[in-house]
Design a binder for this molecule. Structure first.
Ligand SMILES: Nc1ncnc2c1ncn2[C@@H]1O[C@H](COP(=O)(O)OP(=O)(O)OP(=O)(O)O)[C@@H](O)[C@H]1O
Length: 226
């Protein structure tokens, strides 16, 4: 199991009390599958991703990334786990304005000191259909193309877990659907355990499993059979 959350509770300070953002949440995403979490604004989706990314430590429950339990890891060890095993795609592609598409990926690869990953940068740009745009800077790309670079960059260090937050919010319907198809394909091909959070129910079609988040509670809508 590449991403595993069990009985996870997360609260934030809220005036004199605490606000429960995640209420005994359980989620298992096997390698090579895309799990979608749909829910309205404020339901806890980003909090779920932050916990899965080991950016926030929950009040209770268990989280395991690629079989590694995160409880008890030092901040330094969590940072290593994040760099090695977790790719994150945010809503807005936070690309560096002065770098070409290829360089965005190469910088990530070098940050982790993995030379082999630099060679993968080109292959990944091909995989997301941007092989012929490798030397363009973000302002020379469309919104959909920028999001493709963003996805390719998150995959350059071959993470086992890919966390994706509303990847199509800046795109029209057609380009959004293309980005989702791409995510589903890369998930299968690269064997990542991918979590996609979204408020858009039409995104569920591309997913293997679907869950709904409401007031911090996660319930299954559809679990893949077979
Ligand atoms: N740092 C924080 N401190 C206090 N409360 C927070 C904090 N972050 C989030 N919350 C609250 O926790 C709840 C869940 O927020 P979260 O951002 O996880 O929801 P979401 O489903 O991702 O929303 P959106 O779709 O609008 O991004 C909300 O009620 C929010 O106001």
């Amino acid at each position: 199991m590449s991403l595993f959350l069990d009985d996870v509770t997360l609260t934030y300070p809220d005036g004199d009390g605490r606000l429960t953002a995640l209420d005994r949440v359980g989620l298992e995403v096997p390698a090579g599958t895309l799990g979608a979490v749909v829910g309205p604004s404020g339901s806890g989706k980003s909090s779920l991703l932050a916990v899965a990314a080991t950016l926030i430590t929950p009040d209770g429950g268990r989280v395991a990334v690629d079989g590694v339990p995160t409880a008890g890891l030092s901040a330094a060890d969590r940072a290593v786990l994040r760099r090695r095993s977790i790719g994150i795609v945010f809503q807005q592609p936070n690309l560096l304005p002065s770098l070409t598409a290829l360089e965005q990926l190469e910088v990530m690869a070098r940050l982790d000191g993995r030379r082999a990953a630099a060679g993968r940068a080109r292959e990944l740009l091909d995989a997301v259909g941007l092989g012929d745009r490798a030397h363009r800077r973000p302002h020379q790309l469309s919104g959909g193309q920028r999001q493709r670079v963003n996805i390719a960059r998150a995959l350059v260090n071959e993470p086992s877990v890919l966390l994706v937050d509303e990847p199509t919010s800046a795109l029209d319907h057609e380009r959004g659907a293309a980005v989702l198809d791409l995510l589903a394909r890369l998930t299968r091909e690269r064997g990542t355990a991918t979590v996609l959070v979204t408020h858009d129910h039409t995104h569920l079609d591309a997913a293997d499993t679907a869950h709904e988040m409401r007031d911090g509670r996660l319930t299954p809508l559809r679990v893949r059979s077979g």
